[in-house]
Write a protein that binds this ligand. Structure first.
Ligand code: ARG
Length: 462
């Protein structure tokens, strides 16, 4: 450090270059400069309102902080690695600009409550941003559900064709899943939107500060009551990264479906050229790299969660420098989720579903087998018996290279006398879907209900 450290009083020697380089967090926490300055301005205004410093001193400090904000924005104050962290960099610059009065800013404050404050402010913005991106993603899913309403596709279990469903129903499943991610982030925001400022190092302060005042100025819903808790925990980050891990998992599953569905083998979707890449050797290739990367980046988000949980697990109260290591995983998680959600949404916009192919695939399969069994149950047979009979019909069709649509009543009767002419209302995939009665099922009426519900919810959302 070219200048003396702000904490140098009790030291006879300066921090070694190697130790500074090792311990500096400026490379990461410079991203918090806006939060740090906003927190300092609120703090200094409170100090003046509580008559701990004079109004003139507060004004001087506030104006200088605003000027520093501008200097950082315009690159005039490059936050280089000669600084230990963002807090000291800004304070040092403040004192440089307005002299010793700048040193009054840190009255009744510690970097321990300062960093917790900056992070909570940062998190608030990040959560709102990610929630907005989730909403946009849901809107596109909803748009596609309406566009392809009525289109059938095979629903799967074990990646084996199971029962026919509406494509819209499948897409809307993701709307519901990421809605819970939206809510989880909202819950995290509710708990984290509390001000730790005023906890000082850990024990509070003997100055007559007003913690509620700074909390209000900064838009918090209250304060983190216990001062030791306020500087010791990072559960707000852990909760956020946990919620993001689940969200990343949801995106990854959809990305995986895009990878599968865009293969020749499935051919369910056509992703536009803008969201696929070519091979450097095989001229015919069109690869779903973007979907693969969304899937792949999920690993780093999970890694960040494990990183943070492990870093925190054995820390005695209160602050420990280990906690400085929370920045990289937090920022990286925010970056990843922001870009993955954005790219996923746009890739979906630029994807067309091949509806003729989807329905053709269904015609040449046995996905309405459960409906035949259900028919026999309605004729009075126990389900197990109906299952057995239908299995034999499937086997017969396979042996004779035919599908349910090719069967006549006479043949059906050889399997069970309970078959009547109305069985032909149940043999086809579309009939299977239309016959569904239960709430939340794949029947067009039920899927329509979901569309109406989400249209209302998403319209009301900013
Ligand atoms: N750069 C530090 C961090 O991110 C700020 C708090 C430092 N506090 C201290 N007592 N050294 O955690």
């Amino acid at each position: 450090m070219s200048q003396k450290a702000l904490w140098s009083g009790r030291f006879k020697e300066p921090l070694s270059q190697a130790a500074l380089k090792f311990s500096s967090s400026i490379e990461f926490d410079k991203r918090l400069y806006q939060e740090d300055i906003a927190g300092s301005i609120a703090h200094v205004e409170m100090l003046s309102a509580c008559r701990i410093i004079t109004a003139a001193e507060a004004r001087k400090i506030r104006n200088a902080l605003k000027a520093i904000h501008k200097e950082i924005e315009t690159g005039k104050f490059p936050l280089g690695d000669e600084y230990e962290d963002i807090h000291l960099a800004i304070e040092q610059r403040l004192i440089q600009k307005i002299g010793p009065v700048g040193g009054k800013l840190h009255t009744a404050r510690s970097r321990n409550d300062q960093i917790a404050l900056d992070e909570r402010l940062f998190l608030r913005t990040a959560i709102r941003e990610i929630q907005k991106l989730i909403t946009q993603f849901q809107r596109v899913l909803l748009y596609k559900s309406e566009k392809y309403f009525g289109v059938l596709m095979p629903g799967y279990t074990h990646v084996q064709r199971a029962q026919p469903v509406l494509l819209a129903h499948h897409l809307l499943a993701y709307v519901s899943m990421v809605e819970r991610d939206y809510e989880r982030l909202g819950d995290c925001l509710k708990r984290s939107n509390k001000s730790p400022l005023g906890a000082a190092a850990l024990a509070g302060t003997s100055f007559p500060i007003d913690r509620m005042k700074t909390a209000k100025k900064l838009g918090f819903d209250g304060i983190v009551e216990n001062s030791i808790d306020a500087v010791s925990d990072r559960d707000y980050i852990l909760e956020f990264v946990s919620a993001c891990s689940i969200l990343a998992m949801h995106l990854s599953r959809m990305a995986e479906e895009f990878v599968l569905w865009s293969t020749k083998e499935f051919s369910f979707v056509q992703i536009s050229d803008a969201y696929t890449t070519g091979s450097s050797i095989m001229p015919q290739k069109k690869n779903p790299d973007i979907a693969e990367l969304i899937r792949g980046k999920t690993g780093s988000v999970y890694g960040n969660l494990v990183n943070l949980l492990t870093m925190m697990k054995a820390l005695p109260l209160a602050y420990n420098r280990d906690m400085q290591e929370d920045k990289a995983p937090l920022f990286e998680t925010v970056n990843t989720l922001r870009t993955s959600l954005f790219v996923m949404t746009h890739m979906l916009v630029h994807t067309e579903f091949r509806k003729e192919h989807l329905e053709e695939e269904l015609r040449n399969d046995f996905t309405s087998a459960t409906d035949i069994a259900d028919y026999l149950v309605r004729q009075g047979l126990p389900f197990r018996e109906a299952h057995e009979i239908t299995g034999r019909i499937v086997s017969y069709c396979i042996d004779h290279r035919m599908y349910f649509g090719n069967l006549d009543l006479e043949t059906l009767k050889t399997f069970s006398k309970h078959f009547e002419a109305d069985i032909f209302d149940f043999l086809l995939p579309r009939q299977s879907v239309e016959q569904k009665k239960s709430a939340g099922s794949t029947s067009p009426q039920e899927v329509k209900k979901q569309i109406v519900h989400w249209t209302r919810v998403l319209k009301a959302r900013k």
